[in-house]
Design a binder for this molecule. Structure first.
Ligand SMILES: C[S@@+](CC[C@H](N)C(=O)[O-])C[C@H]1O[C@@H](n2cnc3c(N)ncnc32)[C@H](O)[C@@H]1O
Length: 370
């Protein structure tokens, strides 16, 4: 899985337990990003709908959510990947834009990305292998990039991993299935069928995904856009159409309220943290407007071990407190009281330790900001 801002990698175990406790036969991941959470819901046996506006998120969802590890033709995937790994590099858009004009990849890898991406389009466009091979390419490119996990900037000095050779691998397919829907969340809640569990992990501040992951967007669209600035961002990053209402302090609270209110689900789980444009109390209000029970689970992201450090009851009483200088992650649960009570109980089980580095945790002084 790629490095991704706001990815809920560390919360995945607890979200899996929540889905199990909710006995979710159907689930919605409304801002799916890497699809990590959607994949966990699949593993828990739910039929999952994974929604996002990003082209690369759609590619991940078609690979990890739509395809079922039990039935996918891995031999065909391996054969295609062997073919792509054997291709010699060629100079193209990626080499010119992301290796010479900017420094996201070393030229030896940029040339391979150009050759492989062209071959994927030529040989597999319109087939089920297209998103699978793109997923493999994005993950391979992420493993040799020279950033801190955001594409608003690249490192002044090449990262150690950028010297490695790009190598595509067969994606780790997920058991279970569902569907990918590339659309706006506010539109999705009007159009999608009711689910047992809906998970809402919207952008919560000014950091735009379209600009922070413009290289992935371009690798999927393969539209050779004009770029601007040191970071060589797509010119359409400036367009209103690529801006999300979830990234503006002015529009985010209403946008979030509208999806919390509108999503058709027996239980809604909303993620926010204490760096968000909206406070926990405001989101709690949004949840209460749905009726039913509301509970708040709190997690300390620095020393996060998959276990709950605090549960706020209906009267706002809290158990536990986060450590100093840490970000608190909240999951608010709203819906059927029995289901919500079962979820709170199971979420408090100890989980898995996974102390990996998240995007943006490297000193920004070492990065060239575009
Ligand atoms: C916090 S991230 C989700 C991370 C995800 N839970 C994970 O673990 O990878 C928010 C996601 O919302 C998507 N997004 C932004 N605006 C959106 C909108 N209006 N409708 C749907 N998705 C949107 C972004 O592309 C991004 O992938």
């Amino acid at each position: 899985m790629i490095k991704y801002l706001g990815s809920k990698r560390t919360l995945v175990p607890v979200l899996g337990r929540l889905a199990r406790a909710a006995e979710a036969g159907t689930a919605l991941d409304l801002f799916t990003g890497t699809t990590r959470v959607a994949q966990e819901f699949c593993r828990q046996g739910a039929y999952v709908t994974a929604v996002d506006t990003a082209a690369y998120a759609d590619v991940f969802a078609r690979t990890y959510v739509e395809l079922d590890a039990a039935t996918v033709d891995v031999t065909a995937v391996r054969a295609a990947i062997d073919e792509l790994n054997a291709l010699p590099g060629t100079d193209g858009y990626v080499t010119e834009t992301f290796c010479h004009r900017s420094r996201y990849f070393q030229p030896h890898n940029g040339r391979r990305i150009d050759a492989i991406r062209d071959a994927i389009e030529r040989r597999w466009a319109g087939t089920w292998l297209w998103p699978v091979l793109l997923t493999s390419l994005l993950e391979a490119a992420d493993a040799v990039d020279s950033t801190v996990g955001l594409q608003m900037a690249y490192l002044k000095k090449w990262s150690p991993r950028s010297y490695n050779g790009l190598r595509l691998a067969v994606p780790a397919f997920t058991p279970g299935t569902g569907r990918a829907v590339r659309t706006d969340a506010q539109r999705a809640v009007d159009e999608l069928d009711r689910v047992d569990l809906a998970y809402l992990d919207s952008p919560y501040n000014q950091h735009r995904y379209y600009t922070n992951y413009h290289v992935w967007e371009t690798l999927v669209r393969w539209d050779a856009p004009e770029v601007y600035g040191v970071a060589c961002k797509r010119v359409d990053c400036r367009d209103a159409a690529t801006k999300s209402p979830f990234n503006s302090r002015r529009t985010m609270p209403a946008a979030l309220a509208s999806v919390v209110e509108g999503v058709r689900a027996d239980v809604v789980a909303v993620s926010i943290n204490d760096e968000s444009f909206v406070s926990r109390a405001e989101v709690e209000e949004m949840c209460r407007a749905r009726g039913g029970a509301v509970e708040v689970l709190a997690f300390d992201s620095r020393r996060y071990v998959g276990s709950v450090i605090g549960v706020y009851d209906g009267k706002g009483r809290k158990v536990g407190s986060p450590g100093a200088r840490s970000t608190t992650e909240f999951i608010l649960l709203a819906g059927d009281p029995d289901r919500v009570a079962a979820m709170v109980e199971l979420a408090a089980d100890p989980g898995t330790v996974d102390p990996g580095v998240e995007p943006g945790t490297v000193d920004p002084d070492t990065a060239a900001v575009g």
